[in-house]
Design a protein around this ligand. Structure first.
Ligand code: PEP
Length: 249
């Protein structure tokens, strides 16, 4: 049985005050969340504060990115051991904003995945197609390429230690959610592809959906056979909305 995971990706949002209020709100409503594991991924500078606040709760801490390098002369980067030092369990790698705004390649994403894994972090690998790729019928080709880069780097066993988030880029921050059926089709494709490498990994790995998930559409999405929770952007900045999504998990 795969325990659903609902992870909030706060992106580059928040102030010390707003972040503390958000965490307090989530902790206050956590008793209503029955099934899902809940995680929050604040900006790096708030990891320590949030880590301290959630330390005695079941809420897991995650980071939004990690360097592929070991600690050293890499100005502006954050190394994997720093994330474990702050109490992180998860690290997001390959978010479409990293791929498309900052030019992260499949190879770099795979190296980051590998570095996080070697530090004992659980990488959340984001995959997903652009609108033009979907319209050109290339969704499966793109997602397969993004997955294969990581399998080549860490093997199917390494991929099995992480979490996958299918996030169609056209649905991220646009208010345009994939229908449960559209999302399920791609999730099933991912699981089938992994099955050909290792059935046990394919059946055990959690595949999250991300892209304009809200309290009002979470249940339909999370009710699909191969959707094991969500990676939540905008809606994770509102405690009530985020908790409603967590309750659907
Ligand atoms: C995301 O950034 O991972 C995401 C899914 O964003 P949103 O929920 O705002 O579409």
């Amino acid at each position: 049985m795969r325990q659903p995971l609902v992870a909030g990706n706060w992106k580059m949002n928040g102030t010390l005050d707003s972040v503390q209020a958000l965490v307090e709100g989530i902790i206050a409503g956590l008793g209503e969340v029955q099934n899902a594991e809940v995680a929050v991924c604040p900006p790096f500078v708030y990891l320590e504060t949030v880590g301290r606040m959630v330390g005695h709760t079941p809420i897991a801490l995650g980071a939004q990115n990690v360097a592929k390098e070991d600690p050293g002369a890499y100005t502006g980067e954050i190394a994997a051991p720093m994330l474990t030092d702050m109490g992180c369990k998860y690290v997001i790698v390959g978010h479409s904003e990293r791929r498309n705004i900052y030019g992260e390649t499949d190879t770099l994403v795979a190296e980051k995945y590998d570095r996080g894994l070697r530090e004992g972090l659980v990488p959340i690998l984001c995959v997903g197609e652009l609108l033009e790729e979907r319209e050109a019928g290339k969704t499966e080709e793109v997602v397969a390429r993004q997955l294969d880069a990581v399998i080549q780097q860490v093997g199917i066993g390494g991929l099995g230690k992480g979490v996958i988030a299918y996030e169609p880029v056209w649905a991220i921050g646009t208010g345009r959610t994939a229908t449960p059926e559209q999302a399920q089709d791609v999730h099933a494709f991912i699981r089938e592809r992994l099955y050909s490498h290792d059935p046990a990994v394919a059946l055990a790995i959690r595949i999250l959906y991300g892209g304009s998930v809200k309290g009002s559409n979470a249940e339909g999405l999370f009710g699909m056979a191969d959707i094991d929770g969500g990676l939540i952007g905008g809606a994770s900045l509102d405690a009530g909305e985020f908790l409603a999504i967590c309750q659907a998990g």
